[in-house]
Design a protein around this ligand. Structure first.
Ligand code: MIC
Ligand code: SF4
Length: 747
């Protein structure tokens, strides 16, 4: 790996010089990395917000829930071995129930078929395999593979976690990953750049998490779409590498393509402690390649499309939620707001850890709060769950006594896996449909995300705030100023959290859980039992038949937030991620029907039967050879990279999705799977669609980049309304549509 990085650094000066010359100006860090990973610098067009970039990533990472489709698609390309270094990480499929050890044992049993498939495919095709229990993909990547100046793509939207080590780490759908592994360049819209200037220094209760929570409130969940957030300024180098990772990780909640920090001494310290001293040295000698040019820092407004300034010294600890990560406020304002809005005050659960926040620094600061509470004789009043991010963190937590502290306060330490963050949480303290509040240090809080209950109000904050809240057991507690009463009636106030950025004794190691692939996998077989309920080989989607879409029924008109968690819920459905037909039963179960206000229920336009699941109706249409259209609101497909949110609709006959706007990864996933993603030329046209309407999309034979298409709304009365819709497809992407999918276009 070091050789690969050395070769990259060696190649950079010439490429950067060529770019400075061509652009006629100095370069931002993002541009340095994009330019040095261009498939062909000379022929590439470099217009931000307009050009499609063709890039050559250094690696691919996949987690078990998305790797199944990524590998099934890669297999369709018929290659012998992956073209770029790649890894699979088993983390999402582990259910959190009784604690680390029993949960892993159960997961290995429950997911045997899927793990065998992933392991056998990894061995055969030259992919590294991280066993269940080895840790959450983003932590394992940070500890082992991330490096300053690199470009990695990962089949998970929080891949940007790697930005904490100064790389462009970008979340993609499985089809993108499959193509890159098959040797093709990776395509992405040239992002615009948001420069975030950090000054001051984090103090007291304020932590890296607050930087991103604050930004979520400021920029909203759409604010980063097709943009890269590049941090700079004197404040940046005061934040630990893992703290930077928290910030870049959750840049996904802004919809950003990714986020990145410039190389600095904090990264050196982290690389050294994760046994990559040579890499740290190499990066140090190439420092000027791994930070923005000095002129950029002197006049950033000239080089970034948008600038935000944050003084870390003035930043307050924040809490966001419920139901969306951009509903932000300082924790000091939460009590009043919760009262006013009638949020249930009592906290039923407090959860720390996850891929976003389980560094040594996070855990040691949380443990410092925990120790103070214990000393005063307090115990957690809410269920307290801890999810370590990796095997190293887990073992270091045991060695340094944090585990014991959390257990003493009444906490449960779960497996190194996604667990409750992805709805793999077996909760029996709250009934379905019961309104209740929870708080976590995770990154997502869509309705039903954690426990499958849409009535759970989920708030997000830093691990130290969450730990203090666990002691208080109520939402209206401000850890910085509030007091808690001990058994003997005395009142205590927490001292601000203190922790260490990195373990003084180094990381304790457990079983690392890595399995290398076979040297030559030609003779090996990929294990897919023919009768499997969990895995099925993919059938190519049919090609476009050359005809316009005529009078399609509206399968769903979604109102409000329609994230990938609404389109293709996770939790119990995760087990079908390798079986397209079976997982499609979950299609749109979380979406709000704009016509009726119901969740996950639609009317069959052919029979008039109301209250049906979208999948049932779509299957009936499909059986009769009828396609359908989906109408969506703003930022449709926000959230995850899961391409099931595009594949299920495609599989069940959805021809087009027409929305006010799309989230980046989902829009690409729709294109890749052969669905037409359209946006209203006039967003208010959204209102024109009624339940009994039929919709035509015309002029498809003349689809061309930048050319709007016509949509006709056929009213039940016979009236016709014509509106215009835009698409963002390039000529190549139109080719995918015509071929039926990107994969069909390859073959
Ligand atoms: C998520 O946080 O939503 C997930 C689960 O990690 C997803 C991937 C998936 O759905 O498998 C993501 O963020 O891409
Ligand atoms: Fe796992 Fe949650 Fe991180 Fe997604 S956000 S990778 S589900 S821990």
């Amino acid at each position: 790996m070091l050789d690969q990085i050395r070769a990259l650094y060696q190649s950079m000066p010439t490429k950067l010089a060529a770019a400075r010359k061509k652009f006629g100006r100095p370069l931002t860090l993002t541009e340095k990395i994009l330019v040095s990973h261009a498939d062909n610098f000379e022929t590439q067009v470099w217009e931000r917000g307009k050009a499609q970039l063709l890039l050559r990533p250094d690696r691919v990472a996949m987690q078990d829930a998305t790797a199944q489709m990524a590998l099934l698609q890669f297999m369709q390309a018929g290659k012998k071995r992956v073209a770029v270094p790649s890894t699979v990480h088993c983390d999402h499929l582990i259910r959190a129930q009784s604690g680390a050890k029993p949960d892993i044992d159960r997961a290995i049993e429950e997911n045997k078929e899927v793990y065998n498939f992933l392991r056998s495919a990894a061995r055969k095709y030259g992919i590294g395999f991280w066993k269940p229990g080895a840790g959450i993909i983003h932590q394992v990547v940070l500890e082992n593979y991330a490096f300053p100046g690199g470009l990695i793509i990962g089949t998970d939207s929080h891949t940007p976690n790697g930005g904490g080590l100064g790389m462009l780490a970008i979340g993609v759908g499985g089809a993108d990953a499959g193509e890159v592994m098959a040797g093709l360049p990776w395509e992405v819209l040239h992002p615009k750049l948001i420069g975030v200037k950090l000054t001051g220094r984090l103090e007291g209760w304020t932590s890296p998490k607050d930087v991103i929570l604050y930004l979520c409130g400021l920029l909203t969940v759409k604010g980063g779409t097709n943009k890269i957030v590049e941090y700079f300024g004197p404040g940046a180098s005061t934040i630990s590498a893992t703290g930077k990772g928290t910030i870049t990780n959750m840049g996904a909640e802004l919809g950003a393509t990714t986020s990145i920090f410039p190389f600095d001494e904090k990264m050196v310290a982290y690389l050294n402690l994760t046994e990559r001293a040579e890499l740290a040295k190499l990066a140090q000698t190439n420092r000027e390649l791994l930070v923005a040019d000095p002129e950029v820092l002197q006049a950033p407004e000239k080089y970034y499309d948008q600038i935000v300034e944050i003084n870390l010294s003035e930043l307050e600890p924040n809490v966001v939620g419920p139901h969306t990560p951009d509903l932000a406020r300082p924790v000091s304002k939460l009590a009043a707001e919760a009262k006013e809005k009638g949020y249930p005050m009592q906290l039923t659960a407090a959860l720390i850890g996850s891929c976003t926040n389980s560094s040594y620094e996070d855990i040691s600061r949380a443990a410092h709060i925990a120790r103070q509470g214990l000393k005063a004789g307090l115990k957690a009043k809410a269920h307290f769950l801890v999810t370590p991010g990796s095997e190293r963190i887990y073992n270091t937590m045991i060695r340094d006594g944090f585990m014991k502290t959390f257990e003493e306060m009444g906490g449960t330490v779960l497996a190194n896996a996604c667990g409750p963050c992805i709805g793999q949480w077996k909760r029996d303290d709250v009934k379905q449909g019961e309104k209740n509040s929870i708080i976590s240090s995770f990154n997502r809080n869509f309705p039903a995300r954690n426990d499958g209950n849409a009535e759970t109000l989920s708030f997000l904050s830093s691990p130290e705030v969450v730990t203090a809240m666990a002691f208080a057991g109520t939402l209206d507690f401000n850890p910085a100023t509030g007091t808690l009463t001990t058994k003997d009636g005395t009142k205590i106030q927490f001292e601000p959290p203190r922790g260490e950025e990195l373990p003084a004794k180094g990381f304790a190691k457990g079983e690392e859980g890595f399995e290398a692939p076979a040297e030559n996998g030609d003779a090996l077989k990929v294990e897919i039992p023919p009768t499997s309920e969990r895995l099925a080989l993919l059938e190519p989607f049919p090609r476009w038949d050359g005809r316009d879409f005529a009078k399609l029924p509206i399968l769903l008109k979604a109102r409000g937030k329609c994230t990938t968690d609404h389109i293709s819920p996770a939790g119990p459905w995760l087990k079908f991620r390798g079986h397209l037909d079976k997982i499609s039963d979950n299609m749109f179960l979380g979406a709000t029907n704009a016509f009726t206000g119901e969740t996950g229920k639609v009317t069959n336009a052919l029979t008039g039967e109301a209250g049906q699941t979208p999948t049932k109706v779509a299957r009936q249409y499909k059986a009769q050879g009828v396609g359908s259209i989906v109408i969506g609101d703003e930022n449709y497909g926000e959230g995850s990279s899961r391409e099931h949110a595009a594949m299920s609709p495609r599989f069940l006959g959805v021809k087009a999705v027409l929305t006010k706007s799309f989230a980046r990864i989902h829009e690409t996933n729709l294109k890749k799977q052969g669905i037409l993603p359209l946006t209203f030329a006039a967003p208010s046209d959204y209102e024109k669609f009624e339940e009994k309407d039929r919709v035509s999309v015309t002029g498809l034979a003349n689809l061309a980049p930048g050319k709007p298409v016509e949509v006709v709304i056929h009213k039940a009365s016979g009236q016709e309304i014509k509106i215009q819709a835009h698409h963002s497809m390039t000529a190549q992407q139109i080719g995918w549509f015509k071929a039926g999918s990107a994969l069909n276009a390859l073959n």
